[in-house]
Structure formats: C-alpha cells, structure tokens
Design a protein around this ligand. Structure first.
Ligand SMILES: Nc1ncnc2c1ncn2[C@@H]1O[C@H](COP(=O)(O)OP(=O)(O)OP(=O)(O)O)[C@@H](O)[C@H]1O
Ligand SMILES: [Mg+2]
Length: 424
C-alpha cells in the first residue's frame, strides 16, 4: 500500500512519547513529512508539553517507560479538561489482549503494536485526527447553537415585554377614552344648567332691584321698611349681588378647564390612532403640556418658544406620546427647580420640535444607549426604559429623526425633525 502524498506544509502536530531515542527518531523521520512533530522522552515531559499551547492534535504514547508509564499518563491527560480531548494512540511492544483492553479503558483511542507498518500507522493517525476535527466542529456548532437559542430567548422576552407595554398603553388609552366619554355628558348638562342659572340669577336680582325701587317710591309703614332692611343685612344681599355672578363665572371657567383636559385625554388616547391627519403641532404640544402639567408644575418653569411652522401630516396621538415621554423625562431629570423650554421651527423641508431641560444631563457612556429598549437609569418601578425606544419607533414611522445633545449638570435637549411633505 502506498503512503499518502505529504502536504506542502504540515499543519497538525503529533506528540511522540517514547523513552527509547531510537524509536523517537524512527517515528520522527516517518511522520515529519506529514505532521509537525514534538517529542517527549518521559511521561512527565509529555504531560508538560500537552498542557501548554500550542497543544498537540494527537499523541503517540509508549506504554512501558521508566517512572510514569503510559497508562498513568493517559489517565492524567483525561483528568485534565485542557488535554482531555487530545486523542491518544498507544504504541507498544506489549502484545496481549489484556494490555490492549487496559489501554483503551484508560482512555486511549487506539492501540498499535511495535514494530508497525508505516501506512497502517498513518491511516490510523489520519482517522483519529479526522474524528477529532469532526468532534471539535460539533462542539463549536453546539456552542453557536446554544448562543443562538439564548439570543432568540432574549429577543422573545423583549418582544413579549414590548407587547405587554403597548397592551398596557392601549388599555390605559381605552380606559381614558371611556372615562372621558362618560364625563363629557354630565359636563355638558352642568355647563348648560350653569348658563341658564346665570340668567335666572340676573333675573332674580333685577326683580329685587325692581322691589327696591317700588319700596323707595311708595308709602310704606316704617316698621315694615325696617324689617326689610334688617333682612337684607342679615342675608348680606349686597355681597350676594356681586358674589353670585362671580361664583357662576368661576364655575364656568372651571368647567371649561375640565373640558379641555377631557379633550386632551381623548386626543391622547384616540383609538383610531393609526389615522394620518393634518395636524397643528403647537396644539398637540399644548395639550400634551396640559396632560403632564401635574408632573411639572411644582418644580419646572415651562417656556414656549414657538416658531412659524406649517401643519404636517402625522399620527397625532402617537406624536402626543413622544412629546409626553420627552417632557416627563425632562421633568424627572430636574432635581430641585429648573426650566423646560419647548421650541419649534422650520428648516428647509422639515419642522423641528425641541424639548430642552436644565436637568442633570446624560453621561457620555449612556448617551449611545438611550434608545435601547429597557435602558434605564431610574430605580425599579420608576422607569421601564421604553419611553425613548418607543418614541424613536414613532418618529421613524414618520420618516423623521430624533437627536440628542447633553451636558452633565447643564441639561439635555432632544430634537425631533419631521418632514413636511410626507406621503405615508
Ligand atoms: N432629559 C433627560 N435628561 C437626563 N437623562 C435622560 C433624559 N431623557 C432620558 N434620559 C436617560 O435615558 C434613560 C432612558 O429613557 P427612557 O425614557 O427610554 O426610559 P425611562 O425614562 O428610564 O423609563 P420610562 O420612560 O419607560 O418610564 C433614562 O433612564 C435616563 O437615564
Ligand atoms: Mg422615560
């Protein structure tokens, strides 16, 4: 049988372990054209070489050696996770089934008798090297597969949480829309009744004025006059005359405010949120500001610097969400008292909206992670880290961009740019 053709450049390494220099040199000579050959003249030396990089791809191991014998060497190789996978072929002059079985049990992959035929040895070496390669490949594939499974699991988890979040938002939206609808009716009739009542009060006071005139011009018993005067003082009629219309005017004012909050709620939670509409962004910003007023009013001064911008086609209730996320983030970044400035403007074929705060700012190592889903620096329960990632999705749906500039302890400015001409 002809030996295979040697490669141009050997790539695999064989460690030959034998205490007889003559054996080492015979093996060395035979193997060198095919493999890089390392040599160890004792078991201890073999363990040392196998334990270091670059590790041999296969070991030819003599059984009978002074000191540590081949069985001990293979047992120690198998016990070490770094060397466990190196295939070991016993090469020995001992020729008994018992020896062979003992060697295979200790962990050798094959058993070759000395003297051996070169082509048999080469064939066996090749087979075991290929088996090892296949095993290594499988192991790598396994690691890759496990990583892929892990990645998919995380992806699913994120999608699941995002779904939960958007379901939560939708549920809150529906609840808000329902409440707003229910409140609208009573507000309607209270408003109409107050207007009627205001007319009645006017009538009642003009009637009283009429009585006063009659009393002043008609002869009337002084004691009756005195009783009427005492009654007027007791009921503080002059005060009622000015206060009653004021009370009604204030109540009408209050109702108008409740109405606008309800309108904002309805805008915000519109179920038909997927309708593109020509929208005045200043109105959207105002109604979002009304909605979040409670979060801002105690510690933030809000400045509006609205520019001259055209109405744009957009999904208004979704932009409401973006403005709300940015305003709440701004308010939460301000410890103590501070300013929030809402600016708008037009640049070429885009409009922009800026929400700037004088808050804590964002550190450089966080700034690239802001739009990652679930990135938050807020304590558990305060932030889910979804606000900005949802906002970015919405802005991208509008073919726009969201940009951020920030300076630690000075503040942060988010800018949203939206195209004016946009066919969805
Ligand atoms: N105006 C800002 N000033 C300082 N840091 C900010 C500002 N806006 C966002 N951040 C930082 O970006 C992080 C992510 O913001 P994002 O709105 O996505 O999530 P969140 O506010 O933490 O939680 P959620 O909005 O889901 O309640 C915040 O935790 C915060 O660290
Ligand atoms: Mg947020």
């Amino acid at each position: 049988m002809d030996n295979p053709k040697p490669p141009a450049q050997p790539t695999e390494t064989i460690l030959v372990v034998d205490d007889e220099p003559i054996n080492v040199s015979v093996f060395g000579e035979l193997l060198t054209p095919y493999y890089k050959v390392l040599v160890a003249s004792s078991g201890e030396r073999a363990l040392h070489i196998a334990g270091n990089m670059p590790r041999p791809d296969l070991i030819l191991l003599d059984v009978m050696m002074p000191g540590m014998d081949g069985y001990q060497v293979v047992t120690l190789l198998k016990a070490n996770p770094d060397t466990r996978d190196i295939p070991v072929i016993f090469v020995t002059a001992l020729n008994s089934d018992f020896e062979e079985e003992r060697g295979l049990q200790a962990g050798a992959v094959d058993f070759v008798n000395k003297p051996c035929h070169m082509s048999t040895l080469l064939a066996r070496i090749r087979t075991h090297l290929e088996l090892k390669k296949a095993r290594d490949w499988l192991k790598n594939q396994n690691v890759l597969l496990e990583a892929e499974v892990e990645r998919r699991q995380q992806e699913n988890q994120q999608v699941h949480l995002q779904l939960l979040q958007s379901e939560k938002l939708a549920a809150i939206g529906q609840l808000a829309a329902g409440v707003a609808h229910e409140i609208n009716n009573p507000i309607g009739f209270v408003n109409s009744n107050l207007n009627t009542l205001s007319g009645y009060i006017r009538d009642i006071f003009s009637l009283l004025n009429g009585y006063d005139n009659l009393i002043a011009n008609e002869p009337i018993a002084p004691e009756t006059l005195e009783k009427i005067r005492a009654l007027k003082i007791q009921k503080d009629l002059d005060y009622l005359r000015t206060d009653a219309p004021q009370l009604i005017a204030e109540s009408l004012d209050g109702l108008a405010r409740v109405r606008s909050i309800i309108q904002d709620l309805k805008n915000f939670s519109r179920v038909d949120s997927n309708n593109w509409e020509l929208t005045d962004l200043h109105k959207s910003l105002d109604s979002t500001l009304n909605m979040v007023w409670n979060e801002l009013k105690y510690h933030c001064t809000v400045h509006k610097e609205y520019g001259d911008i055209p109405a744009i086609y957009c999904l208004p209730s979704q932009l409401h969400q973006v403005f709300m996320n940015l305003l709440i983030n701004a308010a939460q970044a301000i410890k103590g008292k501070g300013d929030i400035t809402v600016r708008t403007g037009r640049l070429a074929d885009e409009v922009w909206v800026e929400i700037a705060d004088s808050g804590s700012g964002i550190s450089p190592e966080h700034i690239n992670r802001l739009f990652e889903p679930f990135f938050t620096t807020k304590p558990v329960g305060k932030g889910t880290g979804l606000g900005l990632s949802i906002s970015q999705n919405i802005v991208e749906k509008h073919h726009g961009r969201i940009e951020v500039k920030s300076e630690i302890d000075k503040g942060t400015t988010f800018r949203i740019c939206l195209p004016i001409e946009h066919s969805e």
